[in-house]
Design a protein around this ligand. Structure first.
Ligand code: ADP
Ligand code: NA
Length: 341
């Protein structure tokens, strides 16, 4: 059996939130700490994806650095993982072009993410004077770039949240199609869903927690303990008596139960609910907040410290890009060769 290659990415679109942590970053760190030495781990700041939504250049510059800092702050080790920025590895864009010649537009049309991002961007037009409501080719073809990201490294396993399943299906199908057409060069990756599949918004528990959500809807990894407690205390719940777990009937309470479970590495949400059964809503929320504060302990301080060390961040970024370029160019070279280029 071949050693595993693990690849995943995060957009530099703002400070990562608890959904990013539980759906992605925590699992990235857990994989790093439990994988045998033969497993390769690559974690990418996907800035080329971020620009599919209008980005202010100064914000993007700062957020790329901040996101690198957060990857290190949550516990990823630059000596163990390849931590890098997508735009420093030109092969991502090059393989994307090649894969786009195999990607049926009707499959892309069926992806749900561009639809929701387009709807979101309608009232965010200052950086997009020609009309933010017009679908741009980059946003439409986002999943093809994501397929290139993954396939370049012969990735075997992609740890992501549930929102990425549809994109991963497309990556698998493009790899299969390439291999059947030109020869078996690419590896068809498997998805590894995080134990926390979907962390929901605190203010609107029917939508996922997202960097573009309302101000009080998220807990960011750089929030103070007081801020975390305040936001959880004001999370939207319901007036049903007692604490019980029912995602349909009690989405707000159930989201908090899952949060408590995921922060403490438990998935027996029904049992957690019965342990909290007799608590008032206020005491229940305080217990959830305790688990979040405890689970995120030290991350904020590490983040602030690393963020201030621009030279170190640049060093990590360069080292990552060097390793990533080597591996990516090898795959790209083979792909082009079998295609006759
Ligand atoms: P966002 O969707 O907030 O812009 P990204 O697109 O950068 O974040 O996603 C980075 C990772 O975080 C992906 O693996 C995605 O599945 C995961 N993720 C994002 N939001 C959530 C959420 N609310 N619950 C669980 N996982 C999430
Ligand atoms: Na996402």
């Amino acid at each position: 059996t071949h050693p595993e290659v693990i690849f995943s990415g995060i957009q530099p679109t703002g400070v990562p939130h608890l959904g990013n942590y539980l759906g992605a970053l925590k699992q990235w760190v857990d994989l790093q700490n439990s994988a045998p030495p033969s497993t390769e781990l690559l974690y990418c700041v996907v800035d080329l994806h971020a620009i599919t939504q209008p980005q202010d250049p100064n914000d993007l510059r700062r957020r790329r650095q901040d996101t690198m800092a957060m990857l290190l702050a949550v516990g990823l080790k630059a000596e163990r993982c390849v931590i890098f920025e997508q735009s420093r590895v030109p092969a991502h864009s090059q393989l994307m072009w090649i894969l786009s010649t195999l990607a049926p537009t009707n499959l892309l049309a069926r992806q749900t993410q561009w639809k929701s991002k387009l709807a979101e961007s309608e009232d965010r037009s200052p950086l997009d004077p020609d009309g933010s409501s017009k679908l741009k080719l980059g946003l439409f073809s986002y999943p093809v770039l994501q397929a290139a990201d993954i396939l370049l490294y012969k990735t075997t396993l992609v740890p992501v949240g549930e929102d990425q399943i549809q994109h991963l299906e497309l990556a698998r199908s493009l790899a299969g199609k390439f291999n059947r057409t030109f020869g078996k060069i690419l590896v068809v990756p498997k998805v590894k869903l995080a134990p926390a599949k979907r962390v929901m918004s605190l203010t609107n528990p029917s939508s996922k927690m997202s960097k573009s959500g309302a101000v009080n809807s998220q807990i960011n990894l750089d929030h103070s303990e007081a801020e975390i407690r305040l936001r959880i205390r004001s999370a939207l719940t319901d007036s049903i008596h007692g604490i019980s777990y029912d995602r349909e009937a009690r989405p707000g309470v159930s989201n908090l139960i899952e949060m408590l479970g995921n922060m403490t590495n438990r998935d027996d949400f029904g049992v957690i609910a019965s342990e909290c059964e007799g608590l008032s809503m206020k005491d229940f929320k305080d217990r959830v907040a305790d688990s979040v504060v405890e689970g995120l302990k030290g991350i904020k301080e590490e983040y602030e410290r690393i963020k201030g060390d621009a030279a170190y961040l640049e060093e990590v970024s360069q080292m990552g890009a060097e390793k990533a370029n080597r591996k990516a160019n090898e795959t790209l070279g083979k792909v082009m060769e079998v295609m006759g280029m």
